[in-house]
Design a protein around this ligand. Structure first.
Ligand code: GUN
Length: 310
């Protein structure tokens, strides 16, 4: 065996050992630690940003907010701060609620042609007078860091993804980092939104799972959930999925973030009861939440890598 091959094998083996050891860090008991996984991926992203800057390419993300929805404002501010921390150029556009569709289309056109920008994100929901589909379709598919353009949706459906939507992509990374192999597993997705339910189902299918998508009209939801090796909850209803429905040893990923009362946040799953039956479960907060922005940074940097290699 050549010396080169021996040292390559050694490097590969030690990388595997590091990953295996690190995996233990991603659990506290059976609780999957989204913050720890997000922090690990953000470190890798920051290193990629340094390497890109050495090649003369600074990754850039444009974030567009129309109106003053308080939750959207908070998300947009978090996105700006995360960009800054990762060394990504963040170009914010905060527009008044009365911005016309034509004005927004003109801004997107400008950003599509701006060489400094690798990713464009238009925060949803948009005010009622603006056609959301028209806006999402106006974003260049090669700058679509949210993965919502029909071109990117189509590439996900056909199993050849370019940009993948951030929250479901984050769910898949969590499963990967916690060592869950989906091959042949029964995955039940509760929720059929374009942002989470549908794309996460396609991503699980690509990983060879047998996928069921449940929604508000599904008959016998408890019975469907009880069959699942992996439950992915994305309905936006506080603790709707009862702990007693969960199969012994199942993995539970809770995408829901629901405010109850003044301060308390709960997921879509009845956490304490589900934890008793699950082999691994994400908490709310501190589970899927930190992954969404992480994957947005990831997508932006992947876009910048493609620009660097043009
Ligand atoms: N609103 C809620 N979630 C999202 C998201 O992932 N991206 C955008 N652009 N808007 C959102």
């Amino acid at each position: 065996m050549s010396q080169n091959l021996v040292s390559n094998i050694q490097v590969f083996a030690s990388a595997l050992m590091v990953r295996r050891a690190a995996r233990e860090v991603f659990y506290v008991g059976k609780i999957i630690d989204g913050k720890a996984i997000a922090a690990e991926i953000r470190e890798e992203i920051a290193a990629d940003v340094v390497a890109l800057k050495e090649q003369g390419v600074t990754p850039g993300l444009a974030v567009v907010l129309v109106g003053d929805d308080p939750a959207s404002r908070v998300y947009v501010t978090m996105k700006e701060k995360a960009c800054e921390k990762a060394g990504i150029f963040s170009d914010e556009h905060k527009l008044p609620a009365e911005t016309t569709e034509a004005q927004l289309l003109a801004l997107i056109e400008e950003l599509n042609n701006d060489q400094r920008i690798d990713g464009i994100l238009v925060q949803l929901p948009l005010p009622d007078h603006i056609d959301e589909s028209k806006i999402l379709e106006s974003i260049s598919p090669v700058k679509d860091a949210d993965g919502f353009h029909p071109y990117n949706v189509g590439r996900l459906v056909t199993g050849n993804p370019l940009y993948q939507p951030c929250t479901p992509f984050g769910v898949m990374k969590m499963l990967e980092y916690t060592g869950v192999d989906l091959t042949g597993k029964a995955v039940v997705v509760v929720g059929r939104s374009n942002i989470v339910g549908k794309p996460v189902a396609l991503m699980c299918l690509a990983q060879h799972a047998t996928v069921t998508i449940c929604h508000s009209r599904t008959r016998d939801l408890p019975g469907k959930v009880a069959q699942a090796d992996v439950v992915i909850a994305a309905v936006g209803r506080p603790e709707m999925i009862k702990g007693s429905w969960i199969k012994e040893g199942a993995v539970v990923i809770d995408v829901g973030v629901n405010r109850v009362g003044e301060k308390k946040l709960v997921g879509d799953v009845e956490f304490e009861a589900a934890k008793e039956r699950a082999s691994a479960i994400t908490p709310v907060p501190g589970g899927v939440g930190p992954m969404t922005i992480t994957m947005l940074l990831y997508n932006t940097v992947e876009g910048a890598k493609r620009r660097a290699n043009q």
